[in-house]
Each structure stands twice: as structure tokens, then as C-alpha cells.
Design a protein around this ligand. Sequence first.
Ligand SMILES: C[S@@+](CC[C@H](N)C(=O)[O-])C[C@H]1O[C@@H](n2cnc3c(N)ncnc32)[C@H](O)[C@@H]1O
Length: 232
Amino acid sequence: MRYYGGKYRIRKDLWKILNKEAEGRVFVDLFCGACNVVEGITTATKRIANDNNPYLISMFKEIQDGWEPPENVSREMYNRAMNYQYDDALNGFILIGCTYGGGFRSGYAHSAGERNYAKDAKKTLLKQKTKLADAEFVCRDYNNIEIPEGAVVYCDPPYKDTCLKYYDSKFDYDRFTDWCESNKNRYKIFVSEYKKNEKSDWETVYERKSYTCVCKNLNSRKSTVEILQKAV
Ligand SMILES: C[S@@+](CC[C@H](N)C(=O)[O-])C[C@H]1O[C@@H](n2cnc3c(N)ncnc32)[C@H](O)[C@@H]1O
């Protein structure tokens, strides 16, 4: 499913690095979004997928329980979901899967010709279903989740200096950095960011050229460099 800030493009690289780290440990995807990363973690003893968007988490839980989202979503349905008139899972599916650029509530993505956003999102989610069958979904602020000592914690928070097309449109970067600093000796913490926001005192374990959406026009892209840092 197309997801704003999703790691689909670099997911295989991240799986390689994080699967080595997660061997025999609990793996936590603290900002799981569309679950592009946690779905490929196969070595952990347990997987926890957390996000503070209740609609997104309900959607994944319902998929785990056998729900199948609709294949067509009209503008009328989109407008109803904007007023939260469906159950949480369907509101989530429509407000994420059927929007431009995969941002939350970021405009009805009109399906035309071959392109059917609802059908594509449904297909991706059903593909993920088996890969996520035993994942534990949690909906909390990242600061408020129980994590066992020694766990591998992957963090893909909203990036600094980007527009926040998420359920929560604010993110306090200093509070997040403080959380990493306070917890880096309890867990192995890995953080995704852009190269331009690299922290000089953390270890950069991966970097790759990539693309990002342009804030004002989610269909345009500009080049960037993605990094993965370990909080040390
Ligand atoms: C960059 S996206 C994650 C993308 C995900 N890694 C993927 O590949 O699909 C960031 C996520 O952080 C979530 N988020 C934002 N603030 C949060 C918070 N305080 N606690 C937990 N999750 C939060 C957003 O809802 C969003 O899904």
C-alpha cells in the first residue's frame, strides 16, 4: 500500500540489516505505518508493530482477523470516511489507501483507467496478511509502550523538516531524541532519517540514494539520501 514516508523502496536492505540484529530477540517497529519493515522480519522471537494512528492499527488487526477491504471506493465513500462514518478499519483503509501519496486524509485519489487505488491497497494488504499473522499490533504514543530489555527497536518517525501527513500532525523531534538517548542502553535502537539530519554521535549503518514526495504535490518527487543510524 502506498504510504507517505513508507520504506517500501529500501525495505529489502533494511530487512537484511535488521534481521541480523533481531535474531533471537523481540523486534519492535515503533512507528510501523504500512508495515513495510516489520513484515520482513523473520528472525525475531516476537514482533510488535506500533503506531499512534488508531485507524491504521484497526485496519491491520481486522486484516489479521480475515476482513477483506472493498475493491472500489467512490468519492462519496471517501467523504463519509472523512467524517468517520464507517468502522475504524474501513475509515483507515479509505483515508490511507485511497488518498494521494498515501498520506492520512490527504485527498481522494480518483481511480482512472487501469489505476484503482482501493484495489491496489487491498491487494497489498492481503499479501501482507500471512507475513504479519503473528505480529502484535499496538496503538500508543512511542513513549508509552512496554518494550522488553534487549529488544531491537526500529524507529521510522516522521522526518525532520517534512510536512506531516499523518494522524497526528505534530512531532516533537527533541523529545524523540531524548527518548533514544535515555533508552539506548536498554534496547538496540535503529533510526531512519535523511542524511541531512544525520546525528554525528550516532553510528550510521546504512545509506542509500532515494526519492521523496514534494510536500505541496504528493505526486512529484525529489531525490534524497536515506540513512539508518544506531543510537550509541
Ligand atoms: C514515516 S511513517 C512510518 C512508515 C513505515 N516505516 C513504513 O515503511 O510504512 C511514520 C509513522 O509514525 C506514526 N507516528 C507519528 N507520531 C507518532 C507517535 N508519537 N507515536 C507513534 N507513532 C507515531 C505515523 O502515524 C506514521 O505512520
